[in-house]
Design a protein around this ligand. Structure first.
Ligand code: AR6
Length: 193
């Protein structure tokens, strides 16, 4: 059974953990961990491009660029998901740690804001930056959960957020961080797990 939690602050949205291939999810939007040039690549980006079909590459070429921490949207094409939100996470070690955390949190905020702007209700995220981009998994989970909880308070149209793990280790870490999360204070004061 997936772990889930209400986002608090009177908002009815749920945050769920799920392990598997994000391309199989029939949600309003799945998020892609893309690169700045939206050129496709390995990891979840490669899986999404393969499953969505070549129309996705054409759509990405038209958009052309996405800044780190920002997000853009395309149709889902051959995916069961209606839309793909492409966001670009930070490369771990390319800037200081606090800036990395800010950029990673921005990926979640920007993606949820874009989903809300399109009236979408359900969105699934991979663990952005934790593969090729080398982000420590526990730190990324902590940033992701805090960012989603904070963003949901500002985007009431979102009803369901699924944090997808591909590997069992990521799923375990998400579960631990979710259970141990002490909202607000620890993160706001720079603490980390
Ligand atoms: N479903 C869900 N999660 C997945 C899947 C999948 N099918 N495949 C991998 N993951 P990564 P990044 C997980 O490397 O670190 C690409 O080349 C994976 O286990 O996909 O943000 C882009 O073009 C990991 O936990 O993305 C960029 O150049 C997480 O997805 C670069 O990699 C993210 O790993 C982005 O690197």
């Amino acid at each position: 059974m997936p772990l889930s939690a209400h986002s608090g602050k009177g908002c009815m949205a749920s945050i769920e953990l799920w392990q598997g291939d994000i391309t199989t999810l029939a949600v309003d939007a799945i998020v892609n961990a893309a690169n700045n040039g939206l050129r496709g690549g390995g990891g979840v980006d490669g899986a999404i491009h393969r499953a969505a079909g070549p129309e996705l590459d054409s759509a990405c070429r038209k958009i052309g660029w996405c800044a780190t921490g920002q997000a853009v949207i395309t149709p889902g094409f051959r995916l069961p998901a209606k839309y793909i939100i492409h966001t670009v996470g930070p490369v771990w070690g390319a800037q200081d740690e606090a800036t990395s955390d800010t950029l990673l949190a921005s990926c979640y905020h920007a993606s949820l804001a874009l989903a809300a702007a399109h009236g979408l209700g359900s969105i699934a995220f991979p663990a952005i930056s934790t593969g090729v981009y080398g982000y420590p998994m526990r730190r990324a989970a902590f940033v992701a959960l805090n960012a989603v909880r904070a963003a949901l308070a500002e985007v009431p149209s979102i009803e369901r957020v699924i944090l997808v793990s591909y590997q069992p280790e990521m799923q375990r870490i998400y579960g631990e961080v979710m259970r141990g999360l002490d909202l607000g204070e620890r993160y706001a004061t720079g603490g980390r797990s």
